[in-house]
Every structure is written in C-alpha cells, then in structure tokens.
Design a protein around this ligand. Structure first.
Ligand code: NI
Ligand code: MN
Length: 225
C-alpha cells in the first residue's frame, strides 16, 4: 500500500492495483500549486464530508477518470445526481470493493455544501487492503468513538487531523492515536490556512515523547506501508 500526500487532507492510496483519492482539494491550495490534478489517477474518490476544502476538485477529477465516488449517502448521491459514478454508504457500514474493504466511522464535525445544502454527517474511514489497515479520521474532534476502532481492527497507520481550530490539535491527536491504538501517524489538515499553521518540530517532538511517530510529508511525497 502506497500513500501519497497531496496537501491539506488529500491523500492518494495505491492498493491492489487500484488508485484511491481521498478529499481532493488541490487547485485552490497555494501550497499544492506544483500538483497537476490532470495527472492524478483515480478509480475511486473517497469523501469524508461536504466541505469545500475536501470536495473542490472532485468533479474535475471524476469527469476525466470516471472514478466512483464513495461517501455517505448525502455526499455520494449529490455527485450521483450530477451523473458521476457513486457508491453511497453510511456510518457503521462497510463494503468490500475490488481493492479492499472500506468502513465508514464516526467523526465529530459538521458537513454542508458551499450553497448551504445538507451534507450528511461527517465521516472517517477504516480502509483495509493488501493486509494493511489504515484509519482516516477526517475532520473531527477527539471522540471516545475512536476507541471502537481497535475492537475490530489492528491498525498499521492512522491519518489524523492535527491542525487545530477546525479539528483536533496535536495534543488531542496524540490521545486519538492512543484511542485507536496506533503509534504510526500521518498528520493532515495543517498549514493550509493561517488558522491551522503548526510548528512541525514541536508537533513531532510531542508525538515522539508519547512514543509515537508523527510523519509530516512534503506535498507530493509518498510512503509505503
Ligand atoms: Ni470540514
Ligand atoms: Mn476541513
């Protein structure tokens, strides 16, 4: 399983020969100006919620790639109604795709489209494929619901929001890592806007002091699990 960071909360997951893109927000992210969305591969686009900083580039990428949009019922059908391929899910449910399994888990946040229309409840994902298991928190507060995840799943990686203001800060994300019982963390949802700038060295040291490894990738950089 290969994971590439495309800035903000956008990651690509290459697993079982398929390309999965999560929460594409690239063309309006000045920090990701070196990423060309026309070159991104996508068989599936997974969306945690309807906020603009998670769905901005969905239509452009889905139009070109014919990717299937996987999200909560409200977000998936929003794009389905516009003619895109979609797979609606909802919290607590999982589905076996051709690349592996996706489960939708709780996130404590909000979810609405830019025009104010209802975007369902915000979600996180647990994704399993190639015998690796990862958690994507989505935009969320720290919540006790995270403790449910290790009851079913021994995670290899947790992708956590760490930028504060809209989501967990670094200290809450360290507790979240404890709750999901995973010591390998990829931080997302930081630095994109002034509200969520973080001190990288201090964040890494805090995780290190808690016996955890926080990875902060350059935009476009990949890791292999
Ligand atoms: Ni959000
Ligand atoms: Mn967000």
């Amino acid at each position: 399983m290969k994971i590439t960071f495309y800035g903000h909360a956008c990651v690509a997951i290459d697993v079982s020969g398929k390309h999965i893109l999560v929460d594409p927000f690239i063309t309006a992210n000045p920090k990701a100006s070196h990423i060309d969305i026309n070159l991104l591969k996508a068989d599936y686009i997974l969306l945690t919620h309807a906020h603009r900083d998670h769905i901005l580039d969905v239509e452009a990428i889905a139009k070109r790639t014919d990717a299937t949009i996987v999200s909560t019922y409200e977000v998936a059908t929003h794009f389905g109604d516009k003619g895109y391929k979609y797979h609606p899910m909802n919290h607590g449910g999982s589905w076996q795709f051709d690349f592996g399994k996706v489960k939708i888990v709780n996130a404590v946040h909000s979810s609405s489209f830019s025009d104010g229309s209802y975007g369902g409840n915000p979600a996180g994902f647990v994704i399993e494929g190639e015998h690796k298991k990862i958690y994507i928190s989505g935009d969320t507060a720290l919540t006790y619901d995270m403790k449910l995840i290790p009851l079913r799943t021994k995670l290899d990686l947790a992708i956590l929001s760490i930028g504060n203001n809209f989501t967990m800060d670094v200290d809450d994300a360290i507790i979240a890592a404890d709750f999901v019982e995973c010591d390998k963390i990829l931080g997302v949802h930081y630095d994109t806007f002034g509200y969520i700038e973080i001190d990288h060295d201090q964040a890494k040291k805090k995780f290190f002091d808690a016996q955890k490894d926080l990875m902060l990738l350059e935009i476009g950089q990949s890791i292999n699990l």
